[in-house]
Design a binder for this molecule. Structure first.
Ligand SMILES: C[S@@+](CC[C@H](N)C(=O)[O-])C[C@H]1O[C@@H](n2cnc3c(N)ncnc32)[C@H](O)[C@@H]1O
Length: 773
């Protein structure tokens, strides 16, 4: 066997006589190739919205106070340049020789937009704003973290000790951004509604727009990230009229120095290609497609005054619009536009969807998602046992964050957003964890893959040339692997013999099943497969909440969901998917008497890591799996070592670039060489793409009414304006995309390497046992 990747070569030497890698690699890479070669998806969206320009165009509707951000307690964190993973941030921030500086906010005597005068800055600190409006904040503060790269991030910290169970933050329903508030306001008639926070006429229009959003493939319900993005844009478009503006002013992309999360669909196309993993690439292309589709077909037509195809205005919207006397006909685009003149383009919509995806909580009880001020500042750690806080909802829709164990003063307050692998983290939150205890390598396995794997074993002198019919039958009925044409044994699992396929996406009509390989046996948390890729809407699911966290920031814990969450956490994932292990165990058996033994068993029993059937056979299976893992690894165009080097170059160049865009004093020409150095380290194509995006963004002017400035402008010390600074922001974003893509694929390769180590260790253990006896 030809082993080309260093590291794996040593481990695999002993398996060289077992497989025919060429056929196997071809069988395995079919899926990935088709994902890579599919053309025609939409171009990337730049992740830095020039929100101030767009909102300024609104005039008086969105008249905004002059921003006078109070400098927060900022911790300069000494983080090694080689990684920007928050896991490392957490680690280093505790041990850093961080200089913390409390600086008083600049005074300006600016009144709060709501009339309260407890702070002389606008926007008011979130803690103060919440306390003034019925929320609770108990010894918690929001702190800015300044990394050596120049990037700013926020985190929550305890300012005193808290016992387990202590309520740290409580946020009333009306201070949250949530689409069920809009739906309820729309249900009230314009005449009876007394809600000034969300006028019924606007709510009805928004609900009509919700109905035009893409529908989840499994539920048929409108995609929640889009609904939530519309809700956020609505509040933004209202400016001071929205009581939620002080919260919006703290969102990333608006708050100074805090960039919009680079959720996967905002990534540059060439960075997406650098992920080197067909499954995630396809999901991202789907999301990009829908983002552009909605921008063009819905917002494009709204702003140009053309009819929106398929737009049906609900009776409520029509009635509300008529009652308000704002629109002549409820079927015209103007009647559908709740944004009062705010032009929503791809950039702005992308920002809103990214914010919605990366900071929403799913509330099972209310069948909604919500962005919760301050609580949404808590960062993610995994596994579940690593976080110190959890979320709960109260009967009135208030969201509570409480300590799930005793917390000491100055500890960072963290949540576990869900049992996300890096695929989900990248799609929904724009980052990956290294290492991620929930990470896994997913791929489709069909009959030809199984046959390629066991091909070498057939030449055992027994005259067998392929799998016996009883093996084919077990593969099909128990594992779901069959002939693409439907097979001799009928389609599908769920047979009386007790196949437990476990999830909806695992078995496809072409006789393939999606299986995973993971690093090791984690002690807590199990993999929960989710389908963020097509914007499914989990609230429409089984209602238990167990699957919910996969699509929101964190699972809420309610009386009804706690039991299922605990069940999920107690499950342990084995390094090889039970279906894959079962398939290989079945395919390597030689005696038909096994049929009667295996027939009544479930796939989880046949493929249980601990349930080996026969020792010698198990050694063979471990070797085949090791060969499979090696073959999967060879489908990646770069090695772990190469990725590490690229990442090093990216962090050096990225740091320089981010510094150039976000730290005073104003940009000096010297920075540009650091930028091109970093970009050159990727490829000429990347550079061209970066320059292309620079060109796109360069035309924006500065100024305007909107005083909540994205950080790129502020970095110019007020003198430069956006036009001259945005190219560096675009380059910084591009470099971040590239680095995250490399981290992502590095994580997958590391997972494969660790899985291989587990297989080899097991084979050796069994071998040694055999020799002793
Ligand atoms: C719910 S917000 C958390 C607050 C966020 N840090 C802020 O300043 O607004 C989620 C976003 O925070 C960042 N984040 C959270 N946990 C992280 C981690 N462990 N590593 C890297 N980034 C993380 C990502 O940008 C993610 O999209």
């Amino acid at each position: 066997m030809q082993v080309t990747k260093p590291g794996l070569g040593v481990l695999c030497k002993q398996f060289q006589s077992f497989v025919r890698p060429a056929g196997l690699v071809a069988a395995l890479s079919r899926g990935a190739e088709s994902a890579h070669s599919r053309a025609g998806y939409m171009p990337a969206i730049i992740g830095y919205p020039s929100i101030h320009h767009k909102v300024a165009a609104l005039g008086s509707r969105a008249a905004l106070p002059k921003a006078n951000y109070q400098s927060r307690r900022t911790t300069a964190v000494a983080v090694a340049n080689s990684s920007s993973s928050r896991n490392n941030h957490h680690h280093n921030s505790h041990n850093s020789s961080a200089d913390t500086a409390d600086s008083e906010g600049a005074s300006g005597g600016v009144a709060n937009p709501d009339g309260k005068r407890s702070s002389n800055v606008w926007p008011p600190p979130l803690e103060e704003w919440l306390r003034n409006h019925g929320g609770t904040v108990n010894s918690v503060e929001l702190r800015s973290v300044l990394f050596p790269s120049g990037a700013v991030d926020r985190q929550l910290r305890a300012t005193s000790d808290h016992p387990a169970g202590a309520i740290l933050i409580s946020v009333p329903r009306m201070l949250q951004i949530r689409y069920d508030n809009i739906e309820e306001a729309a249900a009230a008639t314009a005449a009876t509604s007394t809600d000034t926070a969300i006028p019924a006429v606007d709510a009805a229009k928004l609900v009509a727009l919700y109905d035009m959003m893409p529908k989840g493939s499994d539920t048929g319900a409108a995609a929640w990230p889009f609904k939530q993005a519309l809700t956020l844009l609505y509040h933004l478009s209202r400016g001071l009229a929205s009581p939620l503006l002080p919260y919006i002013a703290h969102l990333p992309g608006i708050a100074p120095g805090v960039p919009t999360p680079r959720v996967a669909m905002l990534m540059h196309d060439d960075a997406v290609e650098e992920l080197q993993y067909g499954n995630v690439i396809q999901d991202i292309r789907n999301q990009k497609y829908w983002l552009n589709h909605v921008t063009k077909e819905v917002f494009g037509r709204l702003s140009h005054g053309t009819e929106v195809p398929g737009a049906s205005v609900s009776a409520a919207a029509a009635a509300a619009a008529a009652a308000a006397g704002r629109c002549g006909s409820a079927s015209t685009p103007a009647a559908l536009d709740p944004f009062g003149g705010l032009v929503v383009d791809a950039e702005l919509f992308g920002w809103a969807v990214a914010v919605a995806m990366s900071r929403c909580f799913g509330l099972t009880r209310f069948r909604t998602h919500t962005c919760v001020p301050l609580v949404d500042m808590a960062n993610h750690v995994a596994p579940y046992s690593a976080s110190n806080c959890e979320i709960r909802t109260g009967p009135g829709g208030e969201v509570l964050m409480y300590a799930k164990r005793p917390i000491q003063a100055d500890e960072e307050l963290t949540l576990t957003y869900g049992t996300h692998d890096n695929h989900n983290l990248l799609l929904s939150y724009g980052f990956t964890l290294q290492p991620n205890p929930n990470d896994a390598f997913y791929f489709d396995i069909d009959l030809s893959t199984v046959e390629s794997l066991v091909e070498g074993l057939m030449e055992d002198g027994s005259g067998r040339t392929g799998l016996a019919s009883w093996q084919l039958q077990l593969l099909e009925t128990h594992v779901g692997i069959g002939r693409a044409d439907g097979g001799e044994y009928g389609k599908g699992s769920g047979s009386a013999s007790g196949v437990s396929s476990g999830d909806n996406n695992s078995s496809s009509s072409n006789g393939a099943v999606r299986v995973y390989l993971s690093a090791s046996l984690p002690s807590v948390d199990t993999a929960k497969e989710s389908t963020c890729g097509d914007f499914t809407t989990p609230v429409e699911g089984d209602g238990t909440g167990a699957d919910f966290g996969a699509e929101g920031v964190a699972e809420e814990t309610t009386a009804t969901t706690r039991a299922s969450a605990a069940a999920v956490r107690s499950t342990v994932r084995q390094p090889v998917d039970p279906r894959l292990l079962a398939a290989l165990r079945i395919a390597t058996l030689q005696d038909e008497t096994w049929y009667r033994i295996l027939q009544p068993m479930s796939v989880d029993q046949i493929g249980g890591w601990a349930n080996l059937l026969a020792r010698q056979q198990e050694i063979t299976v471990m070797r085949l799996l090791a060969a499979l893992v090696t073959a999967l690894y060879t489908t990646f165009p770069t090695t772990i070592q190469q990725d590490r080097q690229l990442l090093k170059a990216a962090s050096v160049g990225g740091a320089a670039t981010v510094a150039a865009t976000s730290i005073s004093p104003p940009l000096k020409p010297a920075h540009s060489s650091a930028v091109s150095f970093a970009v050159d380290n990727y490829s000429a194509n990347t550079k061209a793409a970066v320059e292309g995006s620079v060109g796109c963004m360069g035309g924006e002017g500065g100024g305007g009414e909107w005083a909540l400035r994205p950080f790129v402008e502020r970095s110019m010390g007020g003198g430069g304006g956006a036009a001259s600074n945005q190219p560096e922001a675009a380059i910084a974003a591009h470099i971040r995309d590239m680095a995250e893509a490399i981290r992502f694929r590095l994580g997958l390769k590391t997972t494969l390497e660790r899985c291989l180590q587990a297989l080899v260790a097991r084979a050796k253990e069994l071998d040694a046992l055999q020799k002793i006896r």
